[in-house]
Design a protein around this ligand. Structure first.
Ligand code: GTP
Ligand code: MG
Length: 264
């Protein structure tokens, strides 16, 4: 009994994690992994054929983690190859399948097509290319956090955000593991509701002030004020911590002011 104790302790400390890169072709999945493992950046695009595999060891808190990295090709041609990994049985020594995702800063909309799981990390890459940027940080963060994903912005070219992303990802997995596979209470809930997230998204995408307040063109002062009050309560910065809520709140205030100016 006594003699087995250190061994059991050792086994508890060692963990194997499987990281899978997912996302459209050419968004920088392989470059993120190369930057992380080899500390270098390759500007030339070399499409991944099928799946590339690599291993590395990291120390996170008191745990030694063996990381198996599966870098998947994003091209649709490799759909079936990808499925073999996504549905592969959980590794016997591993906690389970965990998915790390990379999307370019212009392609957030395609993220939902990749069927992400509960431990997904959404990574918006190429933040060094600001002129191509079409998704801002609060939009990306809102998208990810409202689905329970970790969110990071990275550049494989400069290295910004890459180590931090992997370390936070591993820490989250260790917490999950220590909590018997359930999310620890501290990471449960994102601190904002679906209604708040939906309202922010709707406000961002609205075409005019009427649309922003959710009233019909030609609505009365009372209707405008009623709609405004409802949104103000929902999104007031003192009450709402959802990414983008401050901007959404300001937009609603401005929309109300603009509409009331023209309503008798
Ligand atoms: P597939 O293997 O086809 O799925 O593509 P991938 O997602 O692995 O893309 P890859 O990592 O090969 O990178 C595609 C192109 O984007 C390459 O030309 C990279 O040099 C470039 N790239 C990747 N990350 C960055 C980045 O952070 N900044 C800049 N400027 N370019 C990047
Ligand atoms: Mg690749």
């Amino acid at each position: 009994m006594e003699a087995n104790a250190p061994k059991r302790k050792e086994a508890r400390k060692s963990l194997r994690i499987k990281v899978i890169s997912m996302g459209n072709a050419e968004v920088g999945k392989s470059c993120i992994i190369k930057r992380y493992c080899e500390k270098r950046f390759v500007p030339k695009y070399l499409a991944t054929i099928g799946i590339d595999y690599g291993v590395t060891k990291v120390q996170v808190r008191d745990r030694e983690i063996k990381v198996n990295i599966f870098d998947m090709a994003g091209h649709p041609f490799f759909y079936e190859v990808r499925q073999t990994q996504l549905w592969a049985p959980r590794h016997r020594a591993a906690l389970s399948l965990h998915v790390s995702v990379a999307f370019s800063i212009c392609q957030l909309s395609s993220a939902s097509l990749w069927g992400l799981d509960m431990q997904s990390t959404l990574c918006l890459n190429e933040i060094d290319c600001t002129k191509h940027r079409s998704v801002d940080e609060s939009e990306g963060r809102l998208w990810a956090e409202s689905r329970g994903f970790l969110y990071f912005e990275t550049s494989a070219q400069t290295g910004e955000g890459i180590n931090e992303m992997f370390q936070t990802f591993y820490s989250a997995i260790i917490d999950l593991c220590d909590n018997g596979g359930k999310r620890p209470p501290s990471s449960m809930g994102v601190g904002f509701t679906k209604e708040q997230a939906d309202a922010i998204r709707r406000i961002r995408n609205s075409k005019d002030s009427w649309d922003m307040l959710g009233v019909k063109p030609g609505a009365t002062r009372d209707e405008v004020n009623k709609a405004y009050r409802k949104l103000a309560v929902l999104l007031h910065p003192d009450k709402c911590v959802a990414p983008g809520s401050e901007d959404a709140f300001k937009a609603v205030v401005n929309a109300r002011t603009a509409l009331l100016k023209n309503i008798k």
